[in-house]
Design a protein around this ligand. Structure first.
Ligand code: NDP
Length: 330
């Protein structure tokens, strides 16, 4: 099996020097185990945090160990009655072309007409993140307006559409290129979108939200969060989902300079990690597979081919090369 390991902890932006590719001889299967040929691997922003030796909600990647993460594929060898050869599965063995382990570490995927890859994106963890953040954390209600940063990414594209399903009256997004802004408006139904690289976010958001916003779904942090705090209406809510503008920072990031808005307008900021909201997985999966199959929710995937290019996929995703979910196809 070809596998990718972390060999040195990056300071700032990671480079290929921080990793190595190894070839591992897989042992015979033990009782109740499976071997899986991975078809798609997920590369995600949270993996940058796991490259640091820091205590967090999820332990760091071990040095000289194969990195873990979400992947989907089919069982090619099995000693498990529950997961016979041919079963499509989701698992978290991540960065390798062939995964092997106890059957209990692999979950069978439902049979649908959808590509297996959607269980890493729209119908998987990233889709659930959008759903949890808007519905449970922000409590987005019918008729409210919402601003979503990182809007053209995996979570953002789904969040824009879920906001509409929840009855949002106005959906505004930000992203890092003119092409992405066009896709947000034309394909994903955003009422307004802007390129955060064109002019200060504070200024652009103010122009596009004359009536303020009720909810902010934060994927970016920093200047985006500050801008949103200025524009939130009384009793506004922020779902703090991520702060990708800071993941490669080597210096402490300045705090928002306008937290007094929380007092004067009774705002609520709440962070979350999707893993703590798995109780919503059932209702989410049922609704989302329905929406995807009827085409009322659409999605993009940016696919990089080959395990040998998995790191490029990760670096490119951190740099904004993706629209929708960034995936590695094995
Ligand atoms: P995306 O598909 O959105 O990919 C990352 C995107 O971030 C890039 O495409 C790029 O788009 C944007 N980006 C990179 N650097 C910056 C920057 N300095 N400023 C603004 N945007 C930047 O990834 P995901 O959808 O998987 O994740 C989106 C966010 O959600 C991340 O913050 C992630 O950590 C968080 N997340 C949180 C979860 C939770 O449980 N709380 C679960 C899953 C994700 P662009 O071209 O627009 O710059």
């Amino acid at each position: 099996s070809t596998q990718i390991q972390l060999v040195a902890r990056p300071v700032g932006t990671p480079t290929s020097e921080n990793f190595r590719t190894v070839s591992v001889e897989l042992p015979e299967l033990g009782p109740d185990e499976v071997r899986v040929r991975n078809e798609f691997l997920s590369v995600d922003p949270y993996m940058r945090g796991r490259m640091n030796d820091a205590k967090s909600y999820i332990p760091p990647f071990g040095l000289n160990e194969t990195m873990t993460g979400a992947a989907v594929g089919h069982v090619i060898d099995s000693t498990s009655d529950a997961l016979p050869v041919g079963t499509a599965v989701l698992h978290s063995y991540g960065w390798r072309d062939v995964a092997q382990g106890p059957a209990a570490h692999f979950s069978a995927l439902p049979e649908t007409a959808l590509s297996l890859s959607v269980f890493l994106g729209a119908a998987g963890m990233t889709g659930l993140t959008a759903y949890v953040g808007l519905k449970r954390i922000a409590g987005l209600a019918e008729g409210e307006s919402v601003f979503i940063s990182g809007a053209a990414g995996a979570v953002g594209t789904i969040a824009g559409q879920v906001a509409r399903k929840l009855g949002a009256s106005r959906v505004i997004g930000s992203a890092g290129s003119a092409e992405k802004v066009a896709v947000l408006k034309e394909k994903y139904g955003f009422d307004e979108a802007f390129n955060y690289k064109d002019a200060p976010v504070r200024q652009q958001l103010r122009t596009l939200t004359p009536e303020g916003i009720d909810v902010y779904f934060d994927n970016v942090g920093g200047d985006h969060l500050e801008a949103a705090l200025d524009r939130l209406n009384t009793s506004g809510r922020v779902a703090l989902c991520g702060a990708i503008s800071q993941y490669n920072s080597t210096e402490r990031s300045p705090g928002p300079d306008n937290l007094s808005n929380l007092v004067t307008r009774s705002l609520r900021l709440e962070g979350f990690t999707v893993g703590q909201h798995q109780d919503l997985q059932g209702e989410f999966a049922e609704q989302m597979t329905g929406w995807l199959q009827e085409g009322s929710i659409v999605f993009d995937e940016t696919v990089v081919d080959g395990i040998d290019h998995a790191l490029d996929a990760f670096f490119d995703m951190m740099n904004g090369a993706n629209t929708g979910k960034m995936l590695v196809r094995i």
